[in-house]
Design a protein around this ligand. Structure first.
Ligand code: NCD
Ligand code: ZN
Ligand code: ZN
Ligand code: ZN
Length: 352
């Protein structure tokens, strides 16, 4: 039976660049890309220009999404140097995002007292999602435990980091983690061929790091794209920004891995749908689902993508598994290359 119906995917980590970077992506193009990828809801990151850190920037983002989105969506709020006291009042955010290492955007936090203040002040219940690499993974896990917070480690990419998360979970600490398709399918070697088109934070790991992610799938809660579009012109510049698009390639790549026996279809669903719903306390939508042809073999081609940046690090990859239809809350929203709902059809999820 090659035609299979799955719960719609929830992508727990995307950068739709609206506002501030709409030449790279916006709520319309980004959510069209999501539907094409079998994704029915996206959780959007706060590293916009300006960053989403207070009531007015949240209101502006809500306004833009309400006008343009074609799939459902939720928002992270960003931890800044001066919002620890107030950011917890933004009740309809799915979580707090903290940037503990250098990446794209203005939200880097450096001083330990500031990190402590955020871990102390953030209301318990909703996760603190962290961009943490290397030693900072240990710092984030320790702070979470010391302040009684649920820490979610975004885009985990190294064997040693994986070991830390395993130990924390064995102790019953409230730690969850996420990996990206690019860290599952690419490594440093691809970086050499692709150059800036394979440059992202965290950077690609060794083949051994990549294997460690597959070997530890049992403790990974979420596979999320970290869809981080930049234009080709920006990527080919002298100072290319980090980040790669991923909304439209995650499901075909993961279905290919299922076809190759690297994981089960059930595991795919738990990593991309029920897992993210559990981590962020979202109500799974019964009537949001995706119909895939698990036998369809084809080549990934950037010219078929909806993302405004119109390139992919997986150009020319041979995959097995195609999205035929995506339903959002009972409505056929995407079918065979066409978006069937109007801008603004998407609604905000994760309201408390
Ligand atoms: C992200 C972006 O471009 O917003 N870039 C990236 O390389 N992952 C930022 C981030 O997720 O760290
Ligand atoms: Zn990040
Ligand atoms: Zn990101
Ligand atoms: Zn397609």
């Amino acid at each position: 039976m090659p035609i299979v119906e799955l719960p719609g995917l929830i992508d727990a980590h995307v950068h739709l660049r609206d506002p501030g970077g709409t030449h790279k992506e916006d709520f319309y193009t980004g959510t069209c890309a999501a539907l094409h990828g079998g994704i029915v809801a996206v959780l959007d990151m706060p590293n916009n220009i300006p960053p989403l850190t207070d009531t007015s920037t949240l209101a502006e983002k809500k306004r833009r999404a309400a006008e343009k989105a074609v799939c459902d969506y939720g928002f992270f709020v960003g931890a800044s140097t001066d919002n620890a006291d107030a950011v917890g009042n933004l009740r309809d955010a799915v979580g707090l995002k903290m940037y503990l290492n250098e990446s794209y955007g203005p939200l880097r936090l450096e001083q330990l007292p500031l990190l402590m203040k955020h871990f102390q002040s953030w209301p318990k219940g909703r996760p603190i999602a962290v961009h943490a690499e290397e030693h900072m993974v240990a710092v984030a896990i320790a702070l979470g435990q010391l302040y009684g917070q649920h820490v979610h480690i975004c885009h985990l990419s190294r064997r040693a980091e994986m070991e830390l998360v395993r130990r924390a979970k064995e102790r019953g600490w409230k730690v969850t983690c996420e990996v990206t398709p690019h860290h599952l399918f690419l490594s440093e070697e691809d970086q050499r061929a692709l150059g800036a088109l394979a440059y992202m934070k965290p950077t690609l790991g060794s083949a051994e790091d990549r294997q460690a992610l597959w070997d530890n799938l049992d403790i990974i809660d979420v596979v999320a794209t970290d869809h981080a579009p930049h234009t080709l012109e920006e990527k080919k510049s002298a100072q290319p920004p980090p980040g790669v698009p991923g909304l439209e390639t995650m499901l075909p790549l993961m279905l290919t891995a299922v076809a190759e026996g690297r994981l089960s279809l059930d595991r795919l669903v738990s990593l991309t749908s029920t897992g993210p719903a559990r981590v962020y306390g979202l109500q799974p939508q019964q009537d949001s689902r995706v119909v895939v042809d698990t036998d369809a073999c084809y080549e990934i081609d950037a010219s078929h993508l909806f993302t405004k940046c119109s390139w992919t690090p997986f150009q020319g990859w041979q995959v097995k598994g195609r999205v035929l239809r995506t339903y959002v809350r009972g409505t056929l929203a995407y079918e065979e290359g066409r978006i069937l709902v109007a801008p603004g059809y998407g609604i905000q999820i994760g309201l408390y």
